[in-house]
Design a protein around this ligand. Structure first.
Ligand code: ADP
Ligand code: MG
Length: 222
């Protein structure tokens, strides 16, 4: 579903990714772990087409993304990739429901259709009562679940999460992790999750260890 081949990336004279090969199947929950500065965020950004590699190939859901023009890329990304960051990055002036609908509206869905789907997802997450609240009125755990709902609204091929539970307390962390697996089990949703949380990593289907810009457990690669 996602294929990365020979991905390299430098910032100035610093080579951050030194040749990453990785295949991820549909419905897999894959964790990426490794020391700070190892290149995990850079890899996730490249996987998510937010940044471009210096060399290498990325195929996402059959589309070779390095061949897309910038104008096509934004629409492709909005449709195919959901992002969840450490800090929710919800728009403060908008309600939870509005935040969740935005990617669907960008995609060209009608307001009615976007809202219906957003309410379904919020309901799945037990957030129906919170739909009309703005981010400042939500707990940290609720904000992250709204961010996950926003990531899911366009039925993306993959959700990429960068330390999604890094700012949550234990209970909210566990709820968020459970949500990822529920979404995989019920919707077949694919996840790639950068995490420092060993509990989460140990529950995922596969853990990719990145050290100094390289995957160091190639034996588990297919
Ligand atoms: P991780 O997420 O594993 O902590 P990152 O991918 O964020 O690592 O960063 C890897 C290295 O690349 C770090 O040394 C970081 O300082 C550097 N880096 C990341 N992004 C940039 C950038 N936009 N410009 C310059 N250096 C960067
Ligand atoms: Mg990082």
């Amino acid at each position: 579903m996602i294929q990365l081949e020979g991905i390299t990336k430098s910032f100035g004279s610093l080579q951050v990714l030194k040749g990453i090969d990785l295949n991820i199947d549909k419905g897999e929950v894959v964790s990426i772990v490794g020391p700070s500065g190892a290149g995990k965020t850079t890899l996730l950004q490249i996987m998510g087409t937010l940044d471009k590699p210096d060399a290498g190939r990325i195929v996402l859901n059959g589309v070779e993304v390095n061949k897309l023009k910038d104008s096509q890329l934004a629409a492709f990304r909005n449709k195919e990739i959901g992002f969840v960051f450490q800090f929710h990055q919800l728009l403060p002036e908008f309600t939870a429901l509005e935040n969740v609908t935005i990617p669907a509206l960008i995609q060209g869905d009608s307001a009615g259709k976007a809202e219906k789907r957003a309410l379904e997802i919020l309901d799945f997450m037990g957030l129906t009562e919170r739909a009309s609240h703005k981010p400042a009125e939500l707990s940290g755990g609720e904000k992250q679940r709204v961010a996950v709902a926003r990531a899911l609204i366009n039925h993306p091929s993959v959700v990429l999460a960068d330390e999604p539970s890094g700012s949550l307390d234990t209970q909210n962390k566990e709820e968020l992790h459970k949500l990822f697996f529920d979404l995989r089990d019920k919707l077949g949703q694919t996840f790639v999750i950068v995490t420092h949380d060993e509990g989460l990593a140990s529950q995922t289907d596969r853990t990719i260890h990145i050290v100094d810009g390289r995957i160091i457990n190639p034996e588990v690669q297919e």
